[in-house]
Design a protein around this ligand. Structure first.
Ligand code: SME
Length: 162
């Protein structure tokens, strides 16, 4: 397992993701526990990009329940179809929100959050968890984040036995 992340300084966002991906793969390779891997991926994303909040919500019955994360304390339960996370779960797709104040039903766990991206994780065709990332900057996330965060969640999908 790689113990330190190495990201070349002054890399573009895409270069940073490309450098991070194989390191994340190595980081979780020998570990089958989903919680342990979600914890390290949250830490790696926060450490690499300085995101305001990065973490997971896990599907339990009809709700999402807070999982491993890095950032300020957060809402513990989100109903199916509610907020950005519940919408990504219901619609089975990545949701990018450029301005959380313009997203009807956005759940404000922390007023400092201004934009957000949520990427669902699948077991076959079922959503089993979501990766949620918040930024204190408006319009922080775009299709590049969607592309590479999806690849990061795919690293985890093989290992999920929740
Ligand atoms: N904003 C999310 C709730 C989770 S927190 O951002 C950590 C939502 O609307 O689903």
């Amino acid at each position: 397992m790689a113990e330190t992340l190495h990201i070349p300084p002054s890399s573009s966002k895409e270069e940073t993701y490309l450098s991070l991906l194989p390191q994340l793969k190595a980081l979780i390779e020998g570990e089958t526990d989903a919680i342990a891997n979600m914890a390290n991926i949250s830490a790696a994303l926060k450490q690499t990009f300085g995101f305001f909040w990065a973490g997971f919500y896990i599907v339990k019955k009809d709700e999402l329940v807070l999982g491993p994360f890095q950032g300020t304390i957060a809402c513990t339960r989100i109903k199916y179809g509610k907020g950005v996370c519940g919408t990504a779960w219901k619609e089975k797709r990545t949701v990018i929100v450029k301005d959380v104040n313009q997203f009807p039903g956005h759940i404000a766990c922390d007023a400092a959050s201004r934009s957000e991206i949520v990427v669902p994780l699948f077991d076959r065709n079922n959503v089993v968890a979501v990766l949620d990332i918040d930024s204190e900057h408006l319009g922080h996330f775009d299709e590049t984040d969607a592309l590479y965060l999806r690849q990061i969640t795919q690293l985890l999908e093989d290992k999920i036995t929740i």
